[in-house]
Design a protein around this ligand. Structure first.
Ligand code: 4AD
Ligand code: MG
Length: 465
């Protein structure tokens, strides 16, 4: 007999299926005993809903029934019946139950309901078994699929950019070294430094902080490309919005200017949020009930509202005049903190905001310089609850100007000569952006901490699972 998943069963069953024999497999969420029957709530991860299994105590071996406890895994052969209970349409009368694995009640960490998210982080190997993490991980999957679909439908090509790189794309210097040298006894150069020419790649290499520079190489050949992969930042920022390992989606488009770039970013985010509303409603309703009573309304707000676009300079004026007491004071030239970004989005405009034309000194070397020589053609998309969700820009396509920026920012040309050559041979205006995947999932799921939207979070002092 072929096993049916609970998601298929609940979606596809009709009146004609009542009374049919079926086979379900999954994990026991709860077990409740009444006089002659045991009620088992079974979940198989395919959907947030459990299905109730009704087992007649007379039909089953007492020893078997005893082992059917929270967390144990079973196969159930039985008949589909209409459920008299509220909130469920079907249940299954069990004819035969096979036990795959016990789950001793005295040691199973998820024996009881209602554990804190902090506790669940300590058992990241088991937390996918909870309703919350099931919902988050299914939504995460749906968003990854929607991202590929969005770009594929629009003729963008998925470009796989390297994880190990020899360049620091963002110039932030917060990178994880990749090396096979003996840390206790590395080869040294004459002046006492580590001799990386003897390392595996014959040079200093790190985990990438962004696939952008390589995506640009692709865009300047294929037209419109995107990367979607893990990125790594060794910044010691212990915030609810930063991970040391996170996934980033980076589209890069030839012949786009900054306005085209913003238009794409806005359309892309609206598409993804709408996709979640259309395809993940069961999980979203669960998340709304548990974590954020306004969740679905907030998601609809993204789709409905036109994002407000203004310059960094205008935003700083608004913040200075706001009379708001910020932990970090604002003035022209400072990097905005999430408290400033959220003030603009949540209090002032009450809709998503796209800020443009940031001071050159707080942005990366590759951004296109404006006529004023003070600001660059950058754009950040700011969201409620999140702050910055996307960072992007039009790129400097002029060779001399780009070389000048490299010099000013201390980036040796020998490290990025291959990037510079795209400006030497057939350069074109182009633009792109990076969407932090986990920040998107934070927003869509209504969770508050980025550690709770990735299966195995990597943060300072935390890489156990
Ligand atoms: O603004 P960032 O640093 O931009 C870039 O890396 C560009 N190369 C993107 C591009 O133009 N192709 O990062 C982009 C986004 C941020 O807006 C944020 O959503 C996310 O990546 N992000 C992080 N997410 C989680 N943890 C971190 N430590 C993050 N750092 C950035
Ligand atoms: Mg940024």
């Amino acid at each position: 007999m072929k096993r049916v998943k609970i998601a298929e069963l609940l979606k596809n069953s009709t009146a004609e299926d009542i009374g049919k024999d079926i086979l379900l497999k999954g994990w026991v969420r709860t077990r409740r005993d009444s006089k002659n029957v045991v009620f088992i709530a079974l979940n198989d991860g395919s959907i947030i809903h459990h299905i109730q299994i009704v087992a007649d105590t007379e039909k089953f071996d007492e020893a078997l029934l005893k082992d059917i406890t929270t967390g144990s895994s079973i196969a159930v052969y039985g008949k589909l019946v209409e459920s008299p209970g509220q909130g469920q349409s079907y249940e299954v009368y069990a004819d035969k139950i096979e036990l795959y694995g016990k789950s001793p009640a005295d040691t199973y960490p998820l024996q009881k309901k209602g554990h804190s998210l902090e506790f669940l982080r300590e058992i990241a190997h088991l937390r996918p078994r909870t309703n919350t993490f099931g919902a988050v991980l299914r939504i995460r999957h749906a968003m990854a699929y929607a991202i590929h679909k969005y770009f594929n439908d629009r003729g963008f090509y998925y470009l796989h950019t390297p994880i190990v790189t020899g360049s620091d794309a963002e110039g932030a210097g917060a990178m994880f070294r990749v090396s096979t040298l003996d840390p206790k006894n590395p080869p040294l150069t004459e002046d006492g430094g580590v001799d990386y020419s003897q390392d595996f790649f014959g040079k200093e290499t790190n985990l990438t902080v962004s696939g952008q520079l390589e995506a640009e190489l692709g865009a300047l050949a294929l037209g419109e490309v995107y990367t979607f992969g893990p990125t790594f930042r060794a910044e010691n920022s212990n915030t609810p919005r930063h991970l040391a390992e996170f996934w980033m989606i980076e589209p890069e488009m030839a012949f786009y200017d900054i306005v085209d770039d913003m238009d794409l970013a806005e359309d892309f985010l609206k598409y993804l949020v709408q996709y979640a509303l259309d395809n993940c409603l069961d999980d979203l309703e669960f998340q709304q009930k548990m974590f954020n009573k306004q969740l679905i309304q907030q998601l609809e707000g993204i789709v409905k509202n036109k994002f407000k676009r203004l310059t960094y300079t205008e935003a700083v004026k608004i913040l200075e005049k706001s009379g708001q007491k910020f932990e970090f004071p604002v003035s022209w030239g400072v990097d905005l903190q999430s408290e400033h970004e959220r003030y603009l989005v949540e209090q002032h405009f009450k809709k998503p905001v796209i800020l443009t034309d940031y001071p050159k000194d707080i942005k990366a070397f590759y951004m296109k310089m404006n006529e004023d020589n003070k600001t660059v053609r950058a754009m950040d998309v700011l969201f409620p609850r999140i702050g910055e969700i996307i960072g992007g820009s039009q790129r400097e396509e002029n060779m001399e100007k780009l070389q000048k920026r490299c010099k000013e920012m201390g980036i040796p040309e020998k490290d990025v000569w291959w990037y510079l050559e795209t400006r030497k041979f057939g350069t074109v205006p182009h633009a792109g952006f990076g969407l932090g995947f986990e920040r998107l999932i934070l927003f869509v799921t209504g969770m508050a901490n980025i550690r709770d939207v990735i299966p195995f979070p990597r943060t300072p002092k935390n890489a156990e699972f």
